[in-house]
Design a protein around this ligand. Structure first.
Ligand code: 4NP
Length: 146
């Protein structure tokens, strides 16, 4: 199973989703490949935002080795699931899809139309964003592992 997490900058939200799901999947001995990417290209090659690295560390996850990459159309074929953090990401990724097969891989990371709030401009959002992503990550593993 190959899963790609997508947000705007690939430094705050999707690196958390990547690191948390990878960690939990490894704990369950699932042979999954997890990656993340941004629809924007500003942060290519950079580590995650230091606030995301710090909140992950607080809760026992190490995302410090991850580096940002820019979403590209080859990823539609490389991944089985492309999970996006908000509706802008959804629109931007779907706009790049070439066919229905690619489009059907893409959906929101959260359920029921919910979005993961962009925490970039508010330090206080990193804790609730982390908790939202971790809760969903645990459910996602259950859903996709059987
Ligand atoms: P992310 O947050 O999409 O969760 O990585 C952002 C990071 C950077 C920017 C916007 C959102 N930015 O404008 O640089």
């Amino acid at each position: 199973m190959k899963i790609l997490m997508v947000c705007l900058g690939n430094i705050c939200r999707s690196p958390l989703a990547e690191g948390i799901v990878r960690h939990l999947a490894q704990e369950k001995k699932l042979d999954w490949e997890i990656a993340s990417a941004g629809t924007g290209n500003w942060h290519i090659g950079q580590p995650a935002d230091k606030r995301s690295i710090a909140i992950a560390k607080t809760y026992g996850y190490d995302i410090s080795a991850q580096r940002a990459q820019h979403f590209n159309v080859r990823m539609f074929d490389e991944y089985d699931h492309i999970l996006v953090m908000d509706k802008n990401n959804l629109r931007d990724v779907l706009r790049l899809a070439a066919n229905a097969e690619q489009r059907k891989k893409v959906r929101l990371f959260l359920t029921e139309e919910s979005e993961v709030t962009d925490p970039y401009f508010d330090d206080l959002l990193f804790d609730p964003v982390f908790k939202t992503i971790e809760l969903r990550a645990k459910k996602l593993i259950q859903e996709l592992s059987h």
